[in-house]
Design a protein around this ligand. Structure first.
Ligand code: H79
Length: 443
């Protein structure tokens, strides 16, 4: 072989290697586990739905119905809906306070709506004038303030971003035909609006999570989802992206309906998986009935239900993304603040059984007992929300002889025994805290 040819081959190899783009859809299981570690360990996050829909607050022209979907519920034309931007002036918004509420609840990350289906951007976007700086009197960059507050507090920052967009004329979907746009060009919206906005968000606010939604419209395909996934990971390799980036999710149950779907985790919505799953998953749920602020929605879940959900989800190996919908004044509704604070008090005592844990094969016993295990397998946790007499009994997990059994929030080890395969643990007459209690079993 001539020298010159060899050189040419080497050059070609070098150049093609430098330009070959990594395919993040072919990541190994171990690489993914490493990237997902913090998220998996965090277990609990706070979702925030906030945008122009907080202005109508669930009522349009004297008729109730719709929250963040109010534009579609009442078939509000784009020009009429745009007027809410002029009224969105949340003077009481305090990013540090919101992050404090999340952190005190025990949440390790927040996910906020950079853009919901209505298409309004709550950050200073250079790609559009339909944003907080150009179209509202507020003129403060909400995502800048929140991302900085999160960074200062050690809370991971995530963004919910709707693929569907009822405002961009080119994004008009066949599924939502009431807005009149002629000749929409979805590919143009995707390439000249959606992707540049996402690149802008990553560059400006360095999110740890991108949480897509509105992917079910027929204009969006798995192929576009895979392309978007790679595009985003190339911009920020450590990003964690939900499965709604593509078309994999199976209805509200949220897990993938086929192999190799784009996205890192399943997204059950307003429900919890029936059983434990080894896949990555996160249940997103509301505190009351709605995601966005609705002034008459007083159907708040009890703190007992919220703690039970967190425990059940943790034992099944998932994450809990719990939503608040702040008002147009910029305030988290007080009943939500109260419940999150109560969850935080529970977490102060019991969080050891929640963070950095994995589920067990037998993750439950009856309705009132759940089991988790520390990541290193050294401690097992028995979480129960009902006690009869001053003892607790279980048989699907058996402490080894000589194990110490502690009650979180109580100093001394507890007396325990095994009878006919059932472990019986003597409890103190007064249990620490409320809602649920945790035994820690150490070999
Ligand atoms: O942002 C909140 C809601 O506004 C949004 N997701 C949460 C996080 C949401 N959008 N739509 N829905 C919830 C309900 C939509 C259900 C359906 Fe479907 C869309 C029924 C048919 C298309 C999802 C996809 C269930 C089946 C296919």
């Amino acid at each position: 072989m001539k020298k010159i040819n060899l050189l040419a081959i080497v050059m070609t190899l070098l150049v093609s290697h430098a330009f070959a783009q990594k395919n993040y859809l072919q990541e190994s299981k171990a690489e993914k586990a490493k990237r997902m570690q913090w998220w998996d360990d965090a277990t609990f996050g706070m979702f925030i739905h906030w945008g122009l829909y907080a202005v109508p607050a669930g009522e349009y022209n004297g008729k109730g119905g719709g929250a963040e979907w109010i534009m579609e519920t009442h078939k509000i034309p784009v020009s009429a809906y745009e007027k809410f931007a002029g009224q969105f002036n949340p003077q009481q918004f305090n990013a540090k306070e919101w992050v404090r509420v999340a952190k005190d609840a025990g949440a390790k990350y927040i996910v906020i709506t950079s853009k919901h289906h209505d298409g309004f951007s709550i950050w200073d976007s250079k790609i559009t004038n339909y944003d907080i700086m150009d179209a509202s009197p507020f003129k403060r960059d909400i995502l800048k303030e929140l991302s900085e507050a999160c960074k200062a507090a050690g809370i991971q920052f995530g963004l919910y971003h709707s693929i569907m967009d009822w405002h961009q004329p080119d994004a008009k979907s066949k599924d939502y035909p009431h807005q009149s746009t002629e000749n929409p060009d979805f590919a143009k919206y995707r390439d000249e609006y959606l992707k540049p906005q996402l690149a802008e968000l990553i560059k400006k606010y360095n999110p740890s999570i991108l949480w897509f939604d509105g992917e079910w419209i027929p204009e969006w395909t798995e192929e576009q989802g895979k392309d978007l996934y790679n595009y985003l990971r190339r911009l920020k390799p450590s990003l964690i992206i939900n499965n709604r980036v593509g078309k994999g999710r199976s209805g509200m149950q949220g897990m993938n309906k086929y192999e190799n779907a784009a996205g890192d985790f399943g997204t059950p919505e307003q429900e919890i998986l029936k059983n434990a799953s080894q896949d990555y998953w996160e249940s997103c749920m509301t505190l009351n009935n709605n995601w966005g602020f609705v002034k008459n929605d007083n159907n708040w879940k009890s703190t007992q239900t919220l703690v039970d959900n967190l425990v059940d989800i943790t034992a099944k190996g998932g994450n809990y993304l719990l939503n608040i919908g702040p008002s147009a004044e910029g305030l988290i509704p007080e009943p939500g603040v109260v419940r999150l604070a109560e969850m935080g008090q529970w977490m102060k005592i019991n969080s050891e059984a929640i963070y950095n844990t994995k589920g067990l094969n037998n993750y439950k016993e009856g309705e009132h007992i759940r089991f988790t295990s520390s990541n290193n397998g050294k401690s097992a946790y028995v979480i129960f929300n009902k006690v009869a007499g001053n003892e607790i009994k279980f048989s699907l997990l058996t402490p080894k002889a000589g194990s110490k059994v502690y009650l979180l929030g109580w100093d001394k080890p507890l007396a325990w025994s095994i009878k006919d395969g059932t472990t019986v643990v003597k409890l103190p007459a007064e249990l620490p805290g409320s809602f649920a209690w945790t035994l820690k079993i150490q070999p």
